[in-house]
Design a protein around this ligand. Sequence first.
Ligand SMILES: Cc1cc2nc3c(=O)[nH]c(=O)nc-3n(C[C@H](O)[C@H](O)[C@H](O)COP(=O)(O)OP(=O)(O)OC[C@H]3O[C@@H](n4cnc5c(N)ncnc54)[C@H](O)[C@@H]3O)c2cc1C
Length: 367
Amino acid sequence: MTQVLIVGAGVVGAAIAYELSLIPGFEVILCDRDRPAAGSTGAALGVLMAAISQKKAKSRAWKLRQQSWQRYATLIPELEAKLGRDLPRNDAGILKLCSMEENWQKWQGLAAIRQQQGFPLELWSVDQIQRRFPQLGVETISGAVFSGCDRQIQPRPLTEALVEAAQLNGVVLCWETEIVEVDSGPADLSTAEIRRCQRVTTQSGEVYEPDWLVLAAGLGTTPLSQQLQAAIAIEPVLGQALRYRVPGGFPQNCPVVTGGDVHVVPLTNDECWVGATVEFPDSTGTVTADESHLEAVQEAAIALYPPLAEAEVIEHWSGLRPRPDGRSAPVIDRLENYENVLLATGHYRNGVLLAPATAMAVQRLIH
Ligand SMILES: Cc1cc2nc3c(=O)[nH]c(=O)nc-3n(C[C@H](O)[C@H](O)[C@H](O)COP(=O)(O)OP(=O)(O)OC[C@H]3O[C@@H](n4cnc5c(N)ncnc54)[C@H](O)[C@@H]3O)c2cc1C
């Protein structure tokens, strides 16, 4: 058996554990210093913007989105059948309201490409929007792009389902287990020589000697990679979000409504999530929630969906997105100079979207 130790049970680590659990020959251990979805994942809105993203057809960013989209189509029914419960999500699509300055030629071009790829996008006039969803705010928009094939899924129940299904397939789960030491191989190796991480130690002194170490630790990746003398800088980008109860509720089959980087995510007949702010750290690397950013998000959300002006805020939270510094997100690769350490981290704003594609990439790197 090949032993794989995965550090971090956010959506990324959980997806990797589940994907590896489907292949015979692996003994998989998934550990987290807390509980599943305790990091960025627990704060996320779960909006999966694949077809509607302006990513070029041959780019890595699009390929990852396409792979994730395809895997989600099988993964969700697979998990639901295995666990006998529904995964809460919004399958009504994503509707992007576009400003007066929108470049419609760009969207027409993208719609033609997506049509060929099998991901149809519809371009709606303001009249069409009003006919379909009269509750939406159309005063300052020039039209909308509707993607019926994109969707949203609630990240916490998804992660818990991945973990539970992985466990049923034999994955060993270790919660409240922090990895505090990773060994970087013999001290006398030159920097150019290929290394092997041989020992991994937890806060309680337990030692693992895995064949593969997968760092899916989000922001926790930086200190571990520093110990391996191959520091991967991941910075925290704060996001605040809100849950509203909306009097009068939402129309049936209301898609996720998005515009200007703000999402209104209908969850139930009369509740939605709204978010999120994007707040960068200061020069010392710290970031604290700023109320003015949240107010700007609330204003933008009311412009998208005016009934929110009368709605009650029933929850407010924030989370830290893991953003790679100086390289593009996400980081899915072998750690430089190591033959048995993999990075699956730095997913920044799209970790829920890209978790299935990441898991498949890790599987290919190991298998
Ligand atoms: C407000 C907000 C909204 C968002 N909305 C979306 C969205 O709509 N769509 C989308 O795709 N993405 C969204 N994101 C981004 C998404 O949350 C992240 O990209 C994703 O959760 C990253 O997942 P992860 O598993 O890599 O990291 P995390 O969820 O942070 O998981 C890392 C885990 O590693 C554990 N860990 C760290 N160090 C150690 C250690 N030494 N030992 C053991 N365990 C360790 C932590 O406890 C944590 O559980 C949003 C983020 C925020 C904050």
